[in-house]
Design a protein around this ligand. Sequence first.
Ligand SMILES: Nc1nc2c(c(=O)[nH]1)N[C@H]1C(S)=C(S)[C@@H](COP(=O)(O)O)O[C@H]1N2
Ligand SMILES: [Mo]
Length: 312
Amino acid sequence: MPILRRRGWEIPESQVTAESLMLNRRGVLAGAGALSIGGALVAPRAARAQAAALTRNPTFEAGRDLTEEKFSTTYNNFYEFNDSKNLWKEAQAFKQRPWALKVDGMVKQPRTFDLDDLLKQVQQEERIYRHRCVETWAMTVPWSGFALSQLLALVEPLGSAKYVMFETAQDKSMHGLNAPFYPWPYIEGLAIDEAANDLAFMVTGMYGKPVPPQNGGPLRIALPWKYGFKSAKSIVKMTFTDKRPSTFWEAIQSSEYGFWANVNPEVAHPRWSQAHERLLGSDERVPTKLFNGYAAFVAGLYTDRKSEKLFM
Ligand SMILES: Nc1nc2c(c(=O)[nH]1)N[C@H]1C(S)=C(S)[C@@H](COP(=O)(O)O)O[C@H]1N2
Ligand SMILES: [Mo]
């Protein structure tokens, strides 16, 4: 295990519940093995009986309190269901297994993974990330999952692949799909070097449990340095390509939602300032940071892209 350098914005371990260190479903963690960073994790006996400890990666902690689960799982953006924030009840009808992830396009090993098989081939961990929606609300969540770079290693993108595209499921439980105005399916994308960056995280859990359907279960991505709409939910397909994908929100309104969409407090949305954010739960108003505070990880991705519209 490499030594993980602690960073200034970390929060003390005591602020994270024991539950958040656990996944409570047998099998979800198969393959994670007895991985341990920073010492033993003690779980309640009952939980220990059915779960393997999931190690929290201390590199990525958030420097502010976690958002209470009851807020982050009941205030959601998931337009496939509806365009209010109140869709979590509806989303419970969305079946999360079996789940297939198809990987195609410019890769050496195109294939379709069964999600549970895929999880046996990667090392899972927990990371606390800040999340910043373009609408200015924000939250702080203990996600669990695996680095996207591990999936890249399994499928081996060709040298000619420049981008990867993510596509969300279209399920019969999603009544918002009937709204004709939207260019379904929900598509998002990253440049390959962004996808290979250590921060890009494939999420299967939240607060130590499977990520619920309203938050993009059973498989979403978390890209904490970008506005939230880049983090596609309920992913069924990844396509490697040499052409920049036309993404869902960019197709709807490119002047407001660009491809790069990196967080920047100094670049206002055409209709509102991005200087501050509102924390879900407390409603506290706090200053927004460049790259949502993750510049140390990702600023280097953009030094040769200065001519692009990087921040909106
Ligand atoms: N498929 C899909 N993915 C999506 C969205 C969506 O409407 N559909 N909304 C995005 C937006 S705008 C945000 S802020 C986050 C919200 O994630 P959360 O509901 O888990 O907070 O999901 C993103 N991913
Ligand atoms: Mo968002």
